[in-house]
Design a protein around this ligand. Sequence first.
Ligand code: C2O
Ligand code: CU
Length: 554
Amino acid sequence: ARIRHYNFDVRYEFKFPDCYQKLVITVNGVSPGPTIVAQQGDTVVVDVTNDLGTENLAIHWHGIRQRGTPWSDGTEGVTQCPILPGETFTYKFVVDRAGTYLYHAHYGMQREAGLYGMIRVALPDGVSEPFAYDYDRSIILNDWYHNSTYEQAAGLSSIPFVWVGEPKSLLIHGRGRFNCSSLGTTSSVAGLCNSTNPECSPYVMTVVPGKKYRLRVASLTALSALSFEIEGHNLTVVEADGNYVEPFTVKNLFIYSGETYSVLVTANQDPSRNYWITTNVVSRKPATPTGLGVFNYYPNHPRRRPPTDPTSGPPWNDTAPRLAQSLAIKAKQGYIHTPPLTSDRVIVFLNTQNKINGYFHWSVNNVSFTLPQTPYLIALKKGLLNAFNQTPPPDGYDFLNYPIFKVANNTNATSSNSIYKLKFNTTIDVILQNANSMTPDTSETHPWHLHGHDFWVLGYGQGKFDFNNDPKKYNLANPIMKNTVPVHPYGWTALRFQSDNPGVWSFHCHIESHFYMGMGVVFEEGVEKVGELPSSIMAKAQKASTAREVIGGS
Ligand code: C2O
Ligand code: CU
């Protein structure tokens, strides 16, 4: 095993990802940031320097379980104090299995300002993948706004509420296209939006006819659920969130924020032309143009326009094919980790939108999550009982009486920074239950992401979860393990995981504004088994008080 050392210089720069000028958070000058490449068992060391000037920072390594290093998870308020402007913070963790993972900012709504990238972990020498391919490529899909994360965050926490709205464009590996002419033709617009800027020329994937490609596709959208297609080509799904999938083939891949997939695609179509790579919004009424890239058959010119019109994707409001894809994802034969057949604790998480004191929130069991000032990991290790609310949040709600298909009366919703304490090394079931939002006839897709673990996906269903019958239908034979999973509109998703990773772990909706509005929880497990915390995760004042404790004075 090797050490893979990266230096990340994080700063704001003016960029034109979709031809429109925006202040973008870059890593070493680019967004998406550099891909971290490592081999299973390697130790990744990332020295992150915060050059944002006036803004804090934290970076989360999404899908990496951080066994033995919970302080390197990068979740501000949970596992560390933020990295202050001018400071350098060292993340150090082992990548203990091969697969496709991500990294992104985990402070405020910074992720959607452009701080994101991919982590590719290769198998150990001498071990091969259970599928063959000639080349390995990766892309991250994203949605893009023109106003700043501050405008968005301020709007979400204002009365009257200002919703972030639909994204201006969809980016394929950092490249999209906003229609500059929609802004008029004044000279001020000319500098602000420039459709000939090379930064917004479409993403091109050049392929050699007859060759087979492993394409790693990830989504880090702020809001959107996406469909993804390569015109005229089948996509065979072989990996999901770092776990092998029993292969199945789709024309169109649905992907939610926080998910990664590997698909195999063979360049087996008419090689005399190029094809569109398209991504479209689903699950919300789209108001964003199709994201476009070019699947370029060598030796055609990469800028040669495909002769066809790009597809606008599947109907946005048809949940059935999306649920069908979710149900099709099973662990690959020969790579199945079977789950325990029973669980020790079942926690139901009802997802609702609420108003609290006139402000819009998202809640879980009528509790809207807020972050404490002192990160939980530090508070728990140091026994700082005043750092957060010690009353545990509820394991469920008045399930039988809750009207999931209606705009419900959630007037008793509250905010809290309390957490779920899990008995160490037990089996936990989580039932995520969706419901109607505060808009009539509206239920959104929420992609839930768990830090520090993979979970087994035991089942999905529509309507209200049935405690008597639905558990009998759980897939206990070959469930896929994932770290991010959608909860479909008006539906439920059942997960199982083991509380075997000492630390404090977020579990939240990966939609940036939903998490910001409180759609998340925190699990603690085995925190007494966590080794001594590095002082770098503490803010200066805490470091000083720790030093006083050590020398025995105050
Ligand atoms: Cu990728 Cu807590 O998120
Ligand atoms: Cu959500």
